[in-house]
Ligand binder design. Structure first.
Ligand SMILES: Cc1ncc(COP(=O)(O)O)c(C=O)c1O
Length: 486
């Protein structure tokens, strides 16, 4: 077997040590087949002088490649490309088969559970290949950068800039174990020890935020969101608060969005009073009615107020919930403090998964999947709204916009939303009553005001064929309850 020509080895060591850069280069050449099995590598001395690096750099790199199974060494003859590199070896292992849709019986995965992506459509085989590419890398076994792998942060910065108009660089990104951890970090870093003003949250709203506020005893207050007019922006900007948590592009669970004027008012309020906006952009990739609003973070950057915004994103909707990877984009001056909190809460995020995700994003897999899923979810949304129309006529009104993975409906009759949800669960349909998203009665004065009953139905993981029959079943339950009342 011929000796390898190393003339086209280019060492780019941005953010890496020379040893890491050389390791990645050689590994890549072996994996893509340009360095054939059995071919001999130059001696450590020859390669060091060719690349103008120290001989130790080459020796340690060869040792690492040897340890990970990419190279073999033969006494007195040198180093050779292994006949079966570890990644190929790993790909011969049959991939873990995905759980077929419907067999995972966790309540959160059942029909119409809000917040679950279409698990059957996820390209699991492709994802397994990315995982296998990295899972054998012993260099990823030790503690890693608490902020997240640089490769992933760079991939996310490019993705967020182009798809969500977020203005950021990799230094501002912190990889987390999902939006939930990002929310906890954001709320903790925005508290100053002498804060007397409350942190504002939407109601109805995402319960997971209130759990953090209560756990850490953070003073908070509520801002109303209604189906017709959305968030009560005037009530926010007239208050003296530390900040506000928002889902501006698809309010959870009411499904409305803030227009540009409202966003600018909130940004101005934050800028003027040095207050915080925590922007949870959890499912903005899926907008069907209109073009997605750009992020508030991007808008704030244009208004010279990006220092007041913490942007939060998650892979739960664009990939799958169990991945447990999210990210936050923070003003540069806040990054160190966020890392202190992340360190205290959890330490680093699993590195092999981060490496696989970085490749999935940079090689275009994520954007391709999102593009496909936008069409899938739009089609499901259409079937949902058509089925609701067919079985409920004017009795049920869809109040959410065409976006995301859920639909919110309300009705005026006296049918109790909690009772309907309980009965639905008994026949395997999980819908969430609006009360689930409301703070306890004693927490707000306004909760006693009359409102229509409402429920939230997730359609992300419902199969197309199941939607209409399940809406029909719901309508039977609803009209039986209505009959009992009359
Ligand atoms: C409002 C909101 N934010 C964020 C998330 C994602 O959270 P995580 O990344 O912790 O899965 C969800 C999931 O349902 C959500 O509803």
């Amino acid at each position: 077997m011929a000796d390898i020509d190393t003339a086209n080895l280019v060492l780019v060591n941005e953010g890496h040590t020379l040893q890491q850069a050389l390791f990645e280069q050689i590994r890549e050449k072996i994996l893509c087949g340009s360095w054939l099995a059995g071919a001999r590598l130059p001696s450590t001395r020859a390669l060091a002088s060719e690349l103008k690096v120290s001989r130790n750099t080459v020796i340690y790199t060869y040792e690492q490649l040897l340890a990970e199974g990419y190279l073999v060494s033969k006494a007195k003859s040198g180093f050779f490309v292994a006949v079966t590199p570890p990644d190929q070896f790993l790909t011969t292992v049959s991939p873990i088969s995905p759980t077929p849709q419907g067999t995972n019986n966790s309540p959160s995965n059942r029909l119409f559970s809000p917040g679950i992506a279409d698990l059957a459509q996820f390209p699991i085989k492709q994802w397994n290949r990315y995982l296998q590419r990295h899972v054998g890398r012993s260099s990823l076994l030790g503690n890693q950068d608490l902020q997240g792998l640089l490769a992933l942060r760079e991939a996310l910065a490019t993705y967020l800039t182009s798809s969500r108009s977020v203005e950021c660089c990799a230094d501002q990104i912190i990889v987390t174990s999902g939006a939930q951890q990002s929310i906890a970090i954001a709320l903790l870093v925005t508290q100053s020890s002498n804060a007397t003003a409350p942190f504002l949250v939407e109601y109805p709203g995402y319960r997971q935020v209130v759990k953090v506020l209560e756990l850490f005893n953070i003073k908070h207050d509520y801002v109303k969101v209604s189906g017709g007019s959305g968030l009560d922006v005037d009530s926010v900007v007239s208050r003296s608060a530390t900040g506000v948590y928002l889902t501006p592009s698809n309010q959870y669970p009411m499904g409305c969005s803030l227009n540009t004027d409202q966003r600018l008012q909130l940004i101005e309020w934050a800028k003027r009073g040095k207050r915080w906006i925590i922007e949870d952009d959890y499912d903005s990739e899926f907008q069907f009615d209109s073009r997605p609003f750009r992020s508030m973070q991007g808008l704030a950057a244009q208004a010279n107020a990006a220092d007041q915004v913490i942007y939060i994103g998650s892979t739960s909707k664009v990939m799958f919930n169990a991945l447990r990877i999210g990210y936050m984009v923070v003003p540069k001056h806040l990054a160190a403090r966020c890392l202190e909190v992340k360190d205290a809460l959890s330490g680093d995020t699993p590195s092999h998964v981060q490496a696989a995700l970085a490749d999935f994003i940079t090689e275009g897999g994520l954007v391709r999947h999102i593009r496909k899923m936008r069409r899938v979810y739009e089609a499901k949304f259409q079937v949902m709204t058509a089925s609701i129309q067919q079985y409920f006529g004017r009795d049920w009104v869809v109040i959410s916009q065409g976006a995301g993975l859920h639909i919110t409906v309300e009705w005026r009759s006296n049918v109790d939303e909690v009772l309907l949800s309980t009965q639905a669960e008994q026949v395997g349909i999980v819908v969430r009553p609006m009360r689930f998203y409301q703070p306890a009665q004693n927490k707000i004065m306004l909760s006693r005001e009359p409102r229509n009953s409402a429920i939230v139905l997730g359609f992300g993981n419902a199969s197309m064929d199941d939607i209409a029959p399940s809406v029909e079943r719901l309508s039977k339950l609803y009209y039986d309850l209505l009959d009992e009342l009359e």
